[in-house]
Design a protein around this ligand. Structure first.
Ligand code: SF4
Length: 63
């Protein structure tokens, strides 16, 4: 699965980073960066939780 970020919605709050650190990271400029473009199978549940936690609905998963 790939992580799709809607940059028009993301405000760098970092909820995703707190749920799935190492996949999502908010940098010093307050911008969220993906540390991996594709989700390793063993981390899928964690990433799905991060997608659900985003208060701005900025994240989704795609095949
Ligand atoms: S939780 Fe959503 S709004 Fe916050 S940094 Fe992550 S993607 Fe952006």
């Amino acid at each position: 699965m790939r992580i799709i970020v809607d940059r028009t919605r993301c405000t760098g709050l970092g909820m995703c980073e707190s749920v799935a650190p190492g996949v999502f990271e908010v940098n010093d400029d307050g911008e969220m960066e993906l540390r991996t473009a594709t989700v390793p199978g063993e981390r899928l549940a964690e990433v799905e939780q991060a997608v659900a936690c985003c208060p701005n609905e900025a994240l989704r998963l795609a095949p």
